[in-house]
Design a binder for this molecule. Structure first.
Ligand code: UTP
Length: 276
């Protein structure tokens, strides 16, 4: 059973400067809700209630968000505005949060390794909050779908999406053999391949289930593309030692780490809320 979800949230979010100078990228709101709260709610809906967050300098707002603000509670209690706090109160009541800091931003793989103290020796989920997902089917959120798959395969799983071939240099890309509809056994993985040399157009998005042996592999992983410790390199190693599956999830994903994706997500959720 997957009980914990890790949120690597230490990155600088340079594409959103100056907004991210003093505000964590993960706290940027799509409508009224910060990106990371969407992620926590997705984990909760997959029956995961222990959130492990890897933060860094300037990220204190994340901790404050998932805590009670007594002053605000006092001000708003019994007023017509109290309902604005319903969702976040619910999240705080249902989850436990623990935090650690990544001191130097050495890449996503390194951020995940920093989370080892919070995760321990058990399989866990990973959500990159800047990939905002919404479920469009009755199979639940992306993480719920992946948790079900984990019960079957009991190995690391990455969520994938088909992207236009000329965009592969933005993603980790897999090559695999089809095991069942939408599920591949991975035999190759490349971080941000040039579209001319890409193994496929199946791009990894910000949802993973990882088995804990990934930590030892990460410890031995040398900096790769961009001088960063890449989770893609560690997963390729893991696929050679055992099994890594890739899952073409059902649902919509918005790359809220880019301005374009962020605006698309805002419009999408605005439309959705307006139609409720
Ligand atoms: P990104 O590369 O998309 O995020 O990393 P970034 O570096 O914050 O953004 P830009 O490119 O400068 O605009 C993907 C995820 O990995 C985390 C980020 O916080 C984000 O959630 N990350 C990345 C870390 O936690 N630590 C790192 O060293 C790198």
């Amino acid at each position: 059973m997957i009980k914990k979800c890790l949120f690597p949230a230490a990155g600088y979010g340079t594409r959103f400067l100056p907004a991210t100078k003093a505000t964590p990228k993960e706290m940027l709101p799509v409508l009224t809700k910060p990106l990371i709260q969407y992620g926590v709610e997705e984990a909760l809906s997959a029956n995961i209630d222990t959130m492990a967050i890897v933060t860094g300098r300037g990220k204190r707002a994340i901790e404050d968000h998932f805590d009670i603000s007594y002053e605000l509670e006092h001000q708003i209690k019994g007023t017509s505005k109290e309902h604005y706090l319903t969702e976040i109160r619910d999240v705080i009541t249902k989850c436990t949060f623990s935090y650690t800091r990544q001191i130097e931003m050495k890449g996503l793989g390194h951020a995940i390794l920093c989370g080892e103290t919070l995760i321990g020796n058990e399989p866990f989920a990973v959500i990159l909050a800047d990939d905002l997902c919404d479920n469009t089917c009755n199979e639940g959120g992306v993480l719920s779908q992946m948790v079900k798959l984990y019960e079957k395969y009991k190995c690391s799983i990455v969520a994938i999406e088909e992207v236009p071939k000329d965009e592969t240099q933005k993603y980790g890309v897999i090559a695999g053999t089809l095991e069942e509809e939408g599920v591949y056994k991975v035999f190759d993985m490349v971080e941000k391949p040039d579209p001319k040399n890409t193994p496929s157009n199946l791009a990894i998005i910000g949802r993973y289930i990882l088995t804990p042996d990934i930590f030892d592999i990460l410890k031995a992983t040398k900096p790769g593309k961009g001088g960063e410790i890449q989770i893609t390199d560690a997963l390729l190693e893991q696929s050679k030692q055992g099994k890594v599956m890739a899952y073409k999830f059902k649902g919509d994903r918005f790359d809220c780490g880019s301005i374009d994706g962020f605006v698309k997500a805002t419009n999408y959720f605005y439309e959705k809320e307006s139609n409720i």
